[in-house]
Write a protein that binds this ligand. Structure first.
Ligand code: NAD
Length: 266
């Protein structure tokens, strides 16, 4: 069976770079019309939209801060006014503000929680409200809407020096599962992906030379991930092939969450 998202509309937050960019490109390649949300990097978002249109796809870039209720509402409005509906949300935006716990400022804490957790809440809520307002199209998708949260292996692996980030991703897990429990009977599917170490701007410094070698000790499968590894899983989760997958986190981590320190008898 071939995956197609033809005539479906996807909104991807934080899609001017990294995983969001790759997800937007892959969803568009599968046939979806895509809304590429960006926060501050307008140029790469606009040029991705242009690249997709040049290949015959449909895409627009829209600015918006996912931690702002009004801007998230505007994102949905822009999506509907461009493409008439919303079928797939990929709530991807995220950031890190690392510090040892004693030195972590309230501003570091608040900025991570407001984007990584409150942003996911606002985007999922706005998508759900839109799914409820529009006519379902069972000929395209048995689900009446699909939400995919971008989590992290750090929803289960504690992370010293990154308490705000790990807390935000732990929160995403129960946010996702609680929404899934609440809206499943409306045939709205809610899932998450939890990447391990994927080479993007968020971790560029820890992915080079000796640092990369050390990182590989934590990855049983023996390679660092690429953005496409995550994008492929997101396309599958958005598609009919995963129609019975609901309330689940798919780990895309080369085994990082398998306690690799125990490989040699602990
Ligand atoms: P990235 O820095 O390239 O992407 C993050 C995106 O979020 C950027 O485009 C940024 O502009 C956007 N963003 C930040 N604040 C925003 C705001 N207020 N409103 C809207 N957008 C905002 O890094 P990435 O690795 O592509 O990260 C994407 C997601 O994947 C994040 O949620 C991150 O936590 C998660 N993740 C990444 C990895 C990895 O190894 N790269 C691993 C696990 C989870």
């Amino acid at each position: 069976m071939q995956i197609t998202l033809d005539r479906q509309v996807a909104l991807i937050t934080g899609a001017s770079s990294g995983l969001g960019y790759a997800c937007a490109e892959a969803l568009a390649a599968a046939g979806a019309a895509v809304v590429i949300n960006y926060h501050s990097q307008k140029d790469p978002a606009e040029s991705l939209a242009e690249k997709i249109r040049a290949r015959g796809g449909q895409a627009i870039a829209v600015a918006g801060d996912v931690s702002s209720e009004a801007e998230v509402d505007n994102l949905i409005k822009s999506t509907v006014s461009a493409f008439g509906r919303l079928d797939i949300l990929v709530a991807n935006s995220g950031l890190q503000k690392d510090a040892s716990f004693a030195d972590m400022t309230l501003a570091d804490w608040n900025s991570v929680i407001s984007v990584n957790l409150t942003g996911q809440f606002l985007c999922a809520r706005a998508a759900l409200r839109q799914f409820r307002q529009q006519q379902a199209k069972p000929e395209l998708s048995r689900a009446a809407g699909k939400i995919i949260h971008m989590s992290s292996v750090h929803q289960v692996i504690p992370w010293a020096g990154h308490v705000n980030y790990a807390a935000s991703k732990g929160g995403v897990d129960l946010l996702m599962r609680s929404i899934a429990q609440e809206v499943g009977e409306e045939r709205i599917r809610v899932n998450a992906v939890a990447p391990g170490a994927i080479k993007t701007a968020i971790n560029a410094e820890t992915m080079q030379g000796d640092a990369e070698k050390k990182l590989l000790e934590l990855i049983p499968y023996g390679r660092v991930g690429a953005a496409e590894d995550v994008a492929n899983a997101v396309v599958w989760l958005a598609s009919e092939l995963s129609d019975y997958v609901h309330g689940t986190t798919l780990f895309i981590d080369g085994g990082m969450s398998l306690y690799p320190g125990f490989r040699n008898n602990g």
